[in-house]
Design a binder for this molecule. Structure first.
Ligand code: HC0
Ligand code: SF4
Length: 578
C-alpha cells in the first residue's frame, strides 16, 4: 500500500489508484465532469479531458487531473487551494463560453452536471469569449433520442458507453476544434446508423447533448380529448424507480401510488404491462417447450438455444449485427407490443371500443420502447411511449402529491399479473419466469420452489443448469450488449455450452437500469436496490407463475384458444429483418 496525504489527512491506497480514488476513500469530494465510474460494468470513462478535477501536488509546477494521476508514496495533495479553485472556475467558464444559455428550457435542467457545477462555483458571468461565435451543429431527432451537439462538452462518456459497454459502435468523436462533436460514422443521423436506441448514452450524458424524445404533451392532449379512451400500461421496472423522482429512497416500491397517480391524471383504464408479460411467457414458454420436444425427438431443423425477444434494443442489435441468426430468437412480441395488440383487439372488442377511439400509452423505463412502438409492423398498437422520468413530470405538473397518495389497484382484466411478470424488470427475470411455467408444462408437476436463485445476480454473463424432469436445461443470461455479443458469438460458433435458452437485455442490470429511468449515474447500489424491490414484489404476490393468472386463462379460453394458435400467431408474434 501507498501512503498519501490529501488536505492534511493521510490515506493508504493500493498502487495504481488515482488521487480521485484516494480522495473518495476518505470522503473528500473532488468535482468531476467527464469522469464516470460505471460500477456495475466495471468500466470507467477516464478521459481526463474536462480538467475540472485538477488538484495541486506538492513539488509539481502544473496542476494534476485527480482522475488520471496515479498516487505515489508520500504524495501531498491539496484539493482546495486558491490556485485550484481559480483553475476550476476558468475551466468552467471556458466550457460555458461555448455552450447555449437556454438552461431554463433544457430537458436536462435540474439533472445537468454542468449546471450543477455552475451553481456550486457561483458562476454569475461568463467573461470568456463573450462576443465570440458559438459552434453549432444540426439537431438530430430520432424516435427515441435527441442529439443536440451544441451542448456537447466532449466528455466522451457516451462513446465509452456505446462502444465499450454496449459494443454498438454508433458514436465516436469526429472533427477538430470548434467543429468537434460526437457523431455516428459519416455524421449520419442516429436513425440511419447502427444505434439500437437503448438510451444508455442519454443515461450517462452529463448535459443536454443527449436527451430522450419527449411525448409528455401528446399524452396531455390525448387525456384532454373527450372522444378518446386512453389506456395506460406500466412496465415492470417503473414501479421500482419512479419514487426516486419524488425524493423517495431508491428501492421503494410505488406500484399502488403509481396506479393512483395514473387514475388521477385521467386515464380511462390503468392497466399493467405485467399482464402482457404473463402472456409473453405463455407464448415464449410454449415456443421453448415446442423446440425442446422437437430437439428431444431428434428433429435436425430445430433452432436452439431460443433467445428472448422482449428488449427492442437487443432485437435491433441482433438484426444488424447477427443477420445470420434471425431465426434463433423467439418470435414472441415484447410485452409492450403484446399489450398494445391485446388492448386493441381482445379488450376493444369486449368493451365495444372502436380502434380509432382508443389511445394506448405505455410508461417504460426505456427509450428503445419509443422506437419499438414506431416500428411499422406494429401498426401503432402502442400510440405513445413515455419514460419513467416523463411520467414523473406529468405527475408533478398535475399537482399530484405523489408521496402521500393511497395505494390503489390496477383495473381488470389487463391489470392482473403474477410475480413471474414483475421480475421481467431485472436481468435474469424473464428466463426465471419462463422456467417456472415451462417446468410445470414439461413435467406435469407442481413447482414448489419458484425462486431460482442460480439465475439471479449482476454478473454480466451468467449460466446455470436447471433440472426440468429428466432434462438438464442449460440457461444463459447476458445484460449489456457487449456481453450479449460475446454470448451470441458462442452461438454462432456452434453453441459449445449447449445452451437451450438465453435471456438478453440490452441495459446493464436489465430494465431497472433502462435509459428512461431516473438518472442513477452508473451507481450500482441504486440498481441493486431496484432489483431487490422487484424480487420483493414477486415474493409478495399470491400468484407467481404466469399460467396461473386467472385473466390470462380467461383470455385464452375466450379469445386465443391456446398459445401459438393461429390467432395468437397473428396478434402476439412478429418476425425480424436484417
Ligand atoms: Fe422491460 Fe419488458 S421487462 S422489456 O425491461 O419483456 O422497457 O420494465 O416493459 O415489453 O414486461 C422495459 C421493463 C418492459 C416489455 C415487460 C419485457
Ligand atoms: Fe429497454 Fe429494458 Fe432493453 Fe434497456 S434492457 S433497452 S430498458 S427493454
Amino acid at each position: 500500500e501507498i501512503k498519501i496525504t490529501i488536505d492534511g489527512t493521510d490515506v493508504m491506497v493500493a498502487p495504481g489508484a488515482t488521487i480521485l480514488d484516494a480522495a473518495k476513500k476518505i470522503g473528500v469530494h473532488i468535482p468531476t465532469l467527464c469522469h464516470l465510474d460505471l460500477h456495475d460494468t466495471k468500466m470507467v470513462n477516464q478521459g481526463a479531458s474536462c480538467r475540472i478535477c485538477v488538484v495541486e501536488v506538492e513539488g509539481r509546477r502544473n496542476l494534476a487531473p485527480a482522475c488520471a494521476t496515479p498516487v505515489t508514496d508520500g504524495m501531498i495533495v491539496n484539493t482546495r487551494s486558491i490556485k485550484v479553485l481559480h483553475a476550476r472556475k476558468v475551466v468552467l467558464e471556458l466550457l460555458l463560453s461555448d455552450h447555449p444559455k437556454d438552461c431554463l428550457v433544457c430537458e436536462k435542467s435540474g439533472n445537468c452536471e454542468l449546471q450543477d457545477l455552475a451553481i456550486t462555483f457561483g458562476i454569475r458571468d461568463i467573461k470568456i469569449g463573450k462576443d465570440g461565435a458559438q459552434s453549432t451543429y444540426r439537431k438530430d431527432v430520432s424516435e427515441a433520442i435527441v442529439r443536440d451537439m451544441d451542448k456537447c462538452i466532449m466528455c466522451r462518456r457516451c462513446e465509452t458507453m456505446c462502444n465499450k459497454v454496449q459494443a454498438v459502435g454508433a458514436l465516436s468523436g469526429v472533427n477538430r476544434g470548434f467543429n468537434a462533436v460526437v457523431a455516428p460514422a459519416f455524421e449520419v443521423d442516429l436513425i440511419d446508423s447502427v444505434c439500437t436506441h437503448c438510451g444508455q448514452c442519454v443515461a450517462v450524458c452529463p448535459t443536454g447533448a443527449l436527451c430522450e424524445k419527449e411525448h409528455i404533451w401528446s399524452v396531455v392532449d390525448a387525456l384532454a380529448d373527450k372522444d378518446k379512451i386512453v389506456v395506460v400500461q406500466t412496465a415492470p421496472a417503473v414501479r421500482a424507480a419512479l419514487g426516486e423522482e419524488f425524493g423517495m429512497e431508491p428501492g421503494t416500491l410505488v406500484t399502488g401510488k403509481m396506479t393512483a397517480a395514473l387514475r388521477r391524471l385521467g386515464f380511462n383504464y390503468v392497466f399493467d404491462t405485467d399482464f402482457a408479460a404473463d402472456a409473453t411467457i405463455m407464448e415464449e414458454g410454449a415456443e421453448l417447450v415446442d423446440r425442446l420436444t422437437r430437439f428431444q425427438n431428434g428433429d435436425p431443423t430445430v433452432k436452439l438455444p431460443i433467445l428472448t425477444s422482449c428488449c427492442p434494443a437487443w432485437v435491433n442489435f441482433f438484426e444488424s449485427q447477427f443477420p445470420d441468426l434471425l431465426d434463433v430468437p423467439s418470435t414472441a412480441k415484447s410485452p409492450q407490443q403484446m399489450f398494445g395488440a391485446i388492448a386493441k383487439s381482445y379488450f376493444a372488442e369486449k368493451m365495444n371500443i372502436p380502434r380509432e377511439k382508443m389511445v394506448v400509452v405505455s410508461v417504460m423505463p426505456c427509450l428503445a420502447k419509443k422506437y419499438e412502438a414506431s416500428r411499422p409492423e406494429f401498426n401503432r398498437d402502442v400510440d405513445i411511449s413515455i419514460s419513467t422520468r416523463e411520467l414523473a413530470h406529468l405527475i408533478k405538473q398535475a399537482n399530484i402529491d405523489f408521496v402521500n397518495l393511497p395505494d390503489e389497484d390496477f383495473d381488470n382484466p389487463l391489470g392482473e399479473s403474477t410475480g413471474a411478470s414483475v421480475i421481467f424488470g431485472t436481468t435474469g427475470g424473464v428466463i426465471e419466469a419462463a422456467v417456472r411455467t415451462a417446468y410445470e408444462v414439461i413435467t406435469g408437476e407442481t413447482l414448489e420452489k419458484v425462486d431460482f436463485e442460480e439465475l439471479r445476480g449482476f454478473e454480466g454473463i451468467r449460466n446455470a443448469t436447471v433440472k426440468v424432469g429428466n432434462l438438464d436445461l442449460n440457461i444463459g443470461i447476458a445484460h449489456g450488449l457487449s456481453n450479449a455479443k460475446a454470448l451470441l458469438e458462442e452461438i454462432r460458433n456452434g453453441n459449445p455450452k449447449n445452451f437451450h435458452a438465453i435471456e438478453i437485455m440490452a441495459c446493464p442490470g436489465g430494465c431497472i437500469g433502462g435509459g428512461g429511468q431516473p438518472y442513477h449515474h452508473g451507481n450500482s447500489e441504486i440498481l441493486k436496490k431496484r432489483q431487490t424491490a422487484i424480487y420483493n414484489e414477486d415474493k409478495n404476490k399470491v400468484l407467481r407463475k404466469s399460467h396461473e393468472n386467472p385473466f390470462i386463462k380467461e383470455m385464452y379460453k375466450d379469445y386465443f384458444e391456446k398459445p401459438m394458435s393461429h390467432k395468437a400467431h397473428k396478434l402476439l408474434h412478429t418476425s425480424y429483418e436484417a
